[in-house]
Design a protein around this ligand. Sequence first.
Ligand code: FES
Length: 140
Amino acid sequence: MKTRREFLKDSGGAALVVSSLSLISFLESCGPGNYVQYSEKPGQIIVNKAELVEKAFVLVDSDLVKAPIYLRQDASGKYIALLMKCTHNGTQLKPEGGKIVCPLHGSQFTNSGIVTKSPAKTNLHTFAVNEEGDTIIINI
Ligand code: FES
């Protein structure tokens, strides 16, 4: 029988890959690295496009809205901004493995805000987004 140390040494490559993937998944789901800098104007939250480079999504935590905003760019290049507030009972949502989940009662949404699992029955609130030069403007 192998000791724990021998097992880890023998399977080091695979364990490292699994650990790395788990760490990336964890960081993508809730790490502070996903929160980005922004500026505000009346009715607008402005994010630099550079904030999204090499990120599946970013989170914007502005006092202008009641929950963070999930911001991503889809395959066609269109920006999508969603309010991370559950449409069932208002709980703050969490990104998890490419989808958005509610930690309270388990509702799930796609990363485009479409409800896929109840008890929520309504899609997430989306914000109109437009681009201006190097910036993304979220209209609230
Ligand atoms: S508050 Fe989100 S599922 Fe109930």
